[in-house]
Ligand binder design. Structure first.
Ligand code: NAP
Ligand code: HSE
Length: 440
């Protein structure tokens, strides 16, 4: 890296890359002043130049954009590689190649880091460079920086986040504007929030990637994507959204990571959750993200902002580039033990031993004694009921019954549900949704 300028190469010029390029070109003078050297976007590699919108091409100096891989990798003066092409295939190869060539990497790619982060952070360290990844979690919210540096004095006990803009957008549009799931998803794609494969968003996979990255940093352990159990919003039934509202809750897709005792087991999961309307996180709507992080010294802290989209995400990417350009981030990376390659593998709390309150819904024949049988099965498994709700119905008809529980062990709940589902008066499966109680 020269003392006068830092040279940047970027792979990908889609939603995020387009925003990054625009910021780097239009704000070059300001950024240069802030970091004390010129910040120069020198080369961008795409699959096909003709695919890049003309308005994005128009802001670039001649010769910056190329679809010639050889020309890109042979270009002189590239100190930092920005990877915004996505996925875990070529992106993995590109990032490794850059690190091995002694270039810092900035990436928005949570799928890549949740899968290969341990190896890539180690590789960066071995080559005397760093990886910036603020944009990988929470879009434009500087939640990684807050947690890694701002909360360093804390033992983190929990993290509760709306970490997927697409899902939060879909849930908001469905509940507040009555749109269908497929219309809301199509809009999220049009607005550039969704992944290239939106299945990753709606099944909770993208949130699981982000939670793996954030839980690793929060608890100082190694968590990988395959260790985070996830359920998405794709299986949600509108009936449960309506019952949630009746009971005073909203439904949000939450990533939850907890470590109740320092050095103890860590639980990580992603699922739609009931969140009481009085919780601040319940009011987070549209593509906005929010994450609550609870530390033993600081208590409950919360970070809020745009979780996806062109400029919010570019904001995080470019800020990483500037932190690297100024030199402090690379220094911190070399000297501190707060990245995953320096951590021990996580000790996970098994799914059965995780605890929460729950919402249950099942269709039951409206005949004498059915609720008594259900509550007996729950009671036998030490599950205490908080509320029971049934609308008026015709005797002898199947009708939905809703139960909310006090704090219960997942394994006990699953065993009771198995017994309930076997009752002749119960039709189909019991729906269970976690009720998230975020520490105050
Ligand atoms: P995108 O709009 O699909 O853009 C991807 C870009 O990468 C396109 O320009 C694509 O070119 C290019 N590309 C793909 N494969 C390539 C290859 N082999 N060589 C060179 N270029 C290649 O994706 P995006 O939404 O910007 O997302 C990029 C990354 O940021 C992903 O990791 C995503 O998870 C992450 N992210 C996105 C957001 C968001 O709001 N969109 C927010 C946070 C993080 P073609 O168009 O020619 O295929
Ligand atoms: N697809 C992701 C989302 C992009 O909707 O949140 C931001 O990571």
């Amino acid at each position: 890296m020269s003392a006068e300028a830092i040279g940047i190469g970027m792979i990908g010029m889609g939603t995020v890359g387009g925003g990054v390029a625009e910021l780097l070109v239009k704000e070059a003078a300001t950024y240069g002043k802030r970091v004390g050297k010129a910040v120069e976007l020198r080369k961008i590699l795409v699959l096909d130049v003709a695919e890049v919108p003309e308005k994005d091409q128009a802001i670039l100096p001649n010769g910056v954009l190329t679809d010639d891989g050889e020309a890109f990798w042979n270009a002189e003066g590239i100190d930092v590689l920005i990877e915004v092409c996505g996925g875990t295939g070529v992106a993995y190869t590109f990032v490794k190649k850059a690190l091995e060539a002694g270039k810092h990497v900035v990436t928005a790619n949570k799928a890549l880091l949740a899968k290969h982060g341990i190896e890539l952070f180690g590789l960066a360290r071995a080559n005397g460079v760093s990886i910036g990844f603020e944009a990988s979690c929470g879009g434009g919210i500087p939640c990684i920086t807050a947690m890694q540096f701002g909360l360093m004095a804390n033992q983190i006990s929990g993290m509760y986040g709306i970490l997927n803009g697409t899902c939060n957008y879909i849930l908001t549009e469905m509940t507040q504007k009555g749109k269908t799931y497929s219309d809301a998803l199509a809009e999220a794609q049009e607005l550039g929030y969704a992944e290239a494969d939106p299945t990753l968003d709606v099944t909770g996979g993208d949130t699981a990637h982000k939670l793996a990255i954030m839980a690793s940093l929060a608890f100082g352990v190694q968590v990988t994507d395959d260790q985070v159990a996830h359920h998405g919003i794709d299986g949600l039934d509108l009936k449960d959204v309506q019952f949630a509202a009746e009971l005073g809750y909203d439904i949000k897709l939450l990533g939850i990571a907890e470590q109740k005792e320092m050095g103890g087991g860590v639980s990580v999961s992603v699922q739609p959750c009931f969140v009481h309307v009085d919780e601040i996180i319940a009011s987070v709507s549209g593509p906005m993200n929010a994450v609550s992080i609870v530390g033993h010294a600081v208590g409950h802290t919360m970070y809020y902002g745009a979780g996806a989209g062109r400029f919010p995400t570019a904001s995080a990417v470019v800020s990483d580039v500037m932190n690297i350009a100024s030199g402090w981030y690379g220094d911190a990376f070399a000297k501190m033990n707060i990245w995953t390659d320096k951590h021990e593998p996580v000790k996970l709390v098994s799914k059965e031993d995780q605890r929460s309150r729950f919402y249950l819904r099942f269709d039951a024949l409206d005949v004498p004694g059915v609720i008594a049988k259900v509550t007996t099965y729950l009671g036998e498994k030490d599950i205490s009921i908080s509320a029971v709700m049934q609308h008026e119905s015709d005797e002898g008809e199947f009708t939905p019954i809703v139960v909310t529980t006090h704090d219960a062990r997942q394994g006990d709940l699953d065993a009771a549900i198995k017994q309930i589902e076997a009752l002749s008066e119960i039709d189909g499966n019991v729906v269970q949704i976690r009720i998230a109680d975020i520490p105050k």
